[in-house]
Design a protein around this ligand. Sequence first.
Ligand SMILES: [Zn+2]
Length: 286
Amino acid sequence: MSNPTPACRVCSNSHQIRIGELPLYVPGGQAPSDLLRCKNCGTWARSVNFADPEIQKHFNVTSYTVPEREEQMRSARTEFFRSIIDLASRCANAPATGPRVLDIGVAYGHLIELYRETGAECTALEIVDQLRERLLAKGYAAYKTALEIPADARFDVITAIDSFYYFEQPVELLRELRPHLKSEGVLIIRLANRTPVFRLLQMLGRPISRDLFGDVKHNFTYGAIRLLLEKTGYRIERTVLTEKGKKGMPFPKWLYYKLSPAVSRITGMKLTPGMILVCRGRDTKE
Ligand SMILES: [Zn+2]
């Protein structure tokens, strides 16, 4: 129990606190894992290595990648994805012929299908082989990692919708994507905003369950994600707390979505269940 914890993937601080156990489901069993919190930047993390191919098998069997869930996910998220496309089109200075779009963690490809209908040329990043092969068959450029994207590929819009917190090395991912973002382009990241609830539960002496943490590697505070973006050559231009088009939620969650933007405005704290960050590239020496 007294093994040293790994360094925080956001700020490199080596003094993460072990909060408890938080295993991850993998086909055939559970991968043991600890729940860690960085004292320095506030990032919460699972200790298990998401870059390990054995751990990545988890993504073959999740509720957002298995074939039998596809239509349910499509109907729950189509309107939401349209709102993302609308947001991006208002922010990115894309050519009239249609933007070039890169989506990170496309899963079934529903966002890029909608994008394609608008005339966009779409590229996909997807770790699950079967899903990637399906995308290739539909005529999309699809890659497993950002390093595989052709060096000269440039995008007007890069989206990471509920996918960014699955990466073991978020700093590396952002650095790898940076040369591919056009100077007038935008990076749009949607994240669940769970850390305020974790802190509340900690204060109450209650555990943080797997359901609450999600199956992710990281849960970032707003400050941590801002730090992450700044150190990798981006700046947050706009933070959207009111999310449109979410469907199929139980009533308490729906109420949370409806009321929390106003509470956040009043308190000055980001207490919404999710947030959408519209980011631009920053000029750096690199
Ligand atoms: Zn940290």
